[in-house]
Design a protein. Structure first.
Length: 241
């Protein structure tokens, strides 16, 4: 798999700390429990996430209701936010923290850990490669409960298509920019596959131990049979000599 160079969350995941005591509102989970164990687990997890967010704020600001003249940060209300959950985006309440002098906003580690969309992009790519169409993407997701589904976003055909295109473009750029100078190649195979009026040509190298390594991809001119000449410029661009 290509190395993921997407922009990652700035928070160190090692900073995440589970609260010593977590209270779950069982009454609020009654409807989720009737929809199955997974829906119940998701509802419980979202409640735990809220507690973790509040614990983060308490560590940055201090206990609520206790005045501390030496504090360096203050609570700044909250705003709607979203986290990634099983191939969709789910709404949560995002707490905000600002420096005591009001000059800037401080990150909340738990929110920064769960808010990025890298996992969402990867799931979209995997489902498309498994031949699940953008129209049926939502049907391939795990049942997480009606209440969560009603407010979830990021599952429309256009949203899934945009993520798939962005992820594949990123993977292709990495492939074409890979350093091939250290490969000990003994053979070069070039072949292509037709899609409508287009032909996608791939150059595949074989190392001395028999490992097959993709070297380059190129789109041949319409209705032109693949040939080594067609793919040679792409191979040279990728660093193969």
């Amino acid at each position: 798999m290509p190395k993921d160079t997407h922009r990652t969350a700035t928070a160190d995941r090692a900073q995440l700390q589970l609260p010593e005591q977590v209270t779950v509102a069982v009454a609020e989970l009654a409807s989720a429990a009737r929809e199955g164990l997974l829906a119940l687990a998701v509802g419980t997890g979202l409640q735990v996430l809220e507690v973790m967010l509040e614990e983060d704020v308490a560590r940055l600001v201090g206990p609520k209701g206790r005045h501390n003249p030496d504090r360096t940060a203050v609570r700044h209300g909250n705003e709607p936010g979203q986290v990634t959950l099983g191939g969709r985006r789910v709404r949560v309440r995002r707490p905000r923290v600002r420096t005591a002098d009001g000059t800037g906003e401080l990150p909340v580690p738990t929110y920064q850990a769960f808010a990025p969309t890298e996992l969402l992009d990867q799931l979209a790519l995997e489902r498309m490669l498994a031949k699940l169409s953008t129209r049926r993407y939502r049907l391939g997701l795990e049942p997480v409960g009606t209440q969560v589904e009603q407010t979830a976003t990021g599952t429309s055909r256009s949203a899934v298509s945009r993520r798939f295109v962005a992820r594949t473009e990123h993977a292709l750029a990495e492939l074409l920019a890979a350093d091939l100078s250290e490969l000990d190649l003994v053979a070069l195979l070039v072949d292509g596959i037709r899609v409508a009026d287009h032909c996608c040509v791939v150059a595949l190298g074989v190392t001395i131990d028999g490992t097959k390594v993709p070297l380059a991809l190129a789109e041949a001119p319409p209705r032109t049979p693949p040939s080594p000449v067609t793919c040679w410029p792409a191979c040279a661009t990728a660093g193969w000599r």
